[in-house]
Ligand binder design. Structure first.
Ligand code: GCB
Length: 643
């Protein structure tokens, strides 16, 4: 298999980029919010767009498309941001495109931002898939490896120097996956000229969702004063009725900033304050952050206002919601605030018609409504970090999160090498840096179904899990296994065993009668060997909405329901022992690559892709509310449907 220019170029670009991020991360990544000292300007909307169809996908760089308006170097089309670009046009070549695409937008920057030299102007991309390079007025300001996580650049200097307003933002995004990206992938050139045209190549992947690409989350411009709060870390605990909030504030742009921290309750009353960059705030009569359906007053958030003032009087203000709660794991239980927590929830995807993985408020709010309607108390961000706004919703609604990094499809032994590990560690740092202050996040998942029985996996997961614990000792760490036989080499390092299985689907298709024996064996194998609590992190069956048969047959709603019922019978026994959760695969149908096993995507959703319930959703709803009624303290309004 020969390597062409495109492949070589892709490799060079990726290696250079990955090496540049191998060192520990510098600085924070606070969510941009407005405050008396900060302004935010959203650059979402219509951007100009062109895919680089040149044979090696490199024409944009050769012709320096960032140097002049994109429309001057070739045709452009409208492209919404945020959105995946794949399903926006009628062109299959854009849907299935692999390589560099170019986005451009002119944005007016308020004159006062530029004139006031005490103002920092930051350009921030919520996420772009996969590898991005950013220019402002033709000057490169940053690059970033990896989708699903934010990146930003201080563009004050470039804006003041070029003096061009509106400023022209250009973003080139490449969705090529290699053995060292997360998720990994390979580019395969088809060199048999009797079967494929010259230059024909495909992207191979080992994961089961469409590799949507583009600018998936908002592009923002925001300001801070020169003295600015760069990062805040909070860790919480409590003793009796006293809540303790350890905080650490990092301030840049001043050698001796004065820092003031104020914690306020819902009614605005100040409950604790301090005047230092780090310390512990004591909250008497604390209101703990409780999960939905576990307490009468769930999801209580305090508001922590941080003020940093420089010697010249310039002040920055940032406000962070803070939930006070603890997480502990024993050999049979998962404890939130020292009370057993049972995960009855879902696995999700960021996925919808037309916009693909583009952030969309109506979809986010609808999904939370459905989650609460079902009586679910948790979800896993399978198979990558979700938008920050989704975690903020989870904080506010008390939905518990297992926060997963994009380590999905690590099946090739070459993806366990040093370069892959270095990148994986960096991604975990980026994830923890972004999500460390969310009370909803109780566990980090470092990977999904890696080939963890391969010899290098022992070292790989030891490093990955221990590094994640060194970044955050207040949460549990796991990865998701698909072994029924407890053969993983990474398992000794995790706190909770999360196991996926598809009995009567991928194994013994059509035979739901074997679920009980096989699931019991799976649980006993894992618990017998590791004595750690277990979550059934995936189980399910495809159901094409509207298909029925009795007795049930595969792909009908009835079969999906029967599979679920058989799993539930075993869960109900084992949750009295060491099973601490069940997460259905999947919340909703979602798009995948085309294959002979997928009918326009994966149909294991209990909701359709348009969020209409299948029979399985009603079954889960009965079950989840019943479990909540047994285990939680429900407010009267929440007693439906089992009084
Ligand atoms: C799995 C994967 C998930 C797939 C699912 C399936 O084990 O973790 O990404 O979509 O199975 O439906 O095959």
């Amino acid at each position: 298999m020969g390597s062409t220019g495109a492949e070589r170029a892709a490799k060079c670009v990726f290696l250079a980029a990955i090496c540049s991020v191998c060192q520990s991360l510098q600085g924070g990544m606070l969510f941009p919010t407005e405050s008396p000292s900060r302004e935010v300007k959203d650059a979402s909307g219509l951007w100009r767009f062109r895919a680089d169809f040149s044979p090696d996908r490199n024409r944009g760089f050769e012709q320096e498309w960032y140097k002049s308006p994109l429309a001057e170097t070739g045709p452009v089309i409208d492209m919404p941001v945020p959105s995946s670009y794949n399903d926006i046009t009628q062109d299959a070549k854009i849907r299935d495109f692999i390589g560099w695409v170019w986005y451009e937008k002119d944005v007016w920057v308020p004159a006062r931002w530029i004139q006031d030299r005490g103002t920092r102007i930051v350009l921030r991309v919520g996420s772009a898939h996969y590898y991005s390079v950013l220019w402002v007025n033709g000057v490169k300001v940053t690059e970033h490896v990896g989708g699903h996580l934010p990146f930003e650049a201080d563009i004050s200097g470039v804006l003041r120097q070029s003096n061009a307003n509106p400023c022209r933002i250009t973003i080139a995004v490449n969705n090529t996956l290699t053995l060292e990206t997360l998720p990994p992938g390979t580019i395969q050139y088809m060199n048999d000229r009797t079967r494929y045209p010259a230059g024909y190549f495909v992207q191979n992947i080992n994961f089961d969702f469409f590799n949507y690409a583009g600018i998936h989350r908002s592009v923002l411009l925001y300001t801070t004063p020169k003295v600015h709060i760069d990062d805040i870390t909070v860790e919480t605990t409590f003793s009796d009725n006293i809540g303790l909030v350890s905080y650490n504030v990092s301030v840049l742009g001043s050698s001796k900033p004065a820092v003031k921290v104020t914690l306020s309750a819902h009614d605005g009353r100040c409950v604790a304050s301090a005047n230092d960059t780090r310390g512990v705030l004591k909250v008497t009569d604390v209101n703990l952050w409780w999960p939905y359906l576990m307490h009468e007053n769930p999801a209580y958030l305090y508001s922590m206002e941080v003020q940093a003032t420089a010697e010249d009087g310039q002040t920055d203000v940032y406000t962070l919601p803070v939930g006070i709660r603890t997480v502990k794991v024993t050999s049979t239980q998962f404890l939130i605030n020292n009370k057993p927590f049972y995960f009855h929830g879902v696995n999700k995807h960021e996925d919808a018609d037309i916009r693909g993985k583009g952030f969309d408020w109506p979809l986010v709010v609808k999904d939370f409504n459905l989650i609460k309607w079902m009586g679910a108390n948790s979800f896993r961000t399978s198979h990558y970090p979700y938008a920050e706004e989704i975690l903020q919703m989870a904080d506010r609604h008390g939905i518990v999160i297992i926060d997963e990094c994009p380590g999905v499809g690590i099946k090739d032994i070459r993806s366990f090498g040093n370069a892959s590990l270095a990148h994986h560690l960096t991604v975990m740092e980026e994830l923890v840096r972004r999500d460390k202050n969310h009370p909803s996040v109780v566990m980090w998942s470092v990977a999904n179904e890696p080939a963890a029985e391969m010899p290098p996996a022992g070292f790989y997961f030891k490093e990955l899990v221990s590094h994640t614990k060194s970044l955050d000792s207040t949460r549990a760490v796991t990865y998701i296994t698909d072994s029924n036989y407890a053969r993983d080499l990474g398992a000794p390092y995790v706190d909770v065993i999360c196991v996926n299985s598809y009995f009567s689907w991928y194994h013994d298709p059509g035979h739901t009668e074997i679920i009980s024996i096989q699931l019991n064996t799976q649980f006993d194998n894992w618990y017998g060997k590791y004595k750690k609590p277990i979550i059934q992190s995936e189980y399910g069956a495809d159901a094409v909405p509207g298909l029925h048969s009795d007795p049930p047959m595969m792909f009908t709603e009835d079969y999906q329901k029967t599979v679920l019922q058989n799993y539930h019978n075993v869960f109900d026994q084992k949750r009295k022992e060491f099973v601490i959760g069940e997460l259905i695969w999947n919340f909703a149908d979602f798009m995948t690559a085309q294959s002979i096993t997928r009918v326009v995507g994966n149909k294991k959703g209990v909701f359709t892709r348009q969020r209409q319930p299948k029979a399985g959703a009603f079954l889960l709803r009965e079950r989840y509310w019943r479990i909540a009624n047994e285990t939680g303290v429900l407010p009267t309004w929440a007693r439906y449907p089992c009084q």
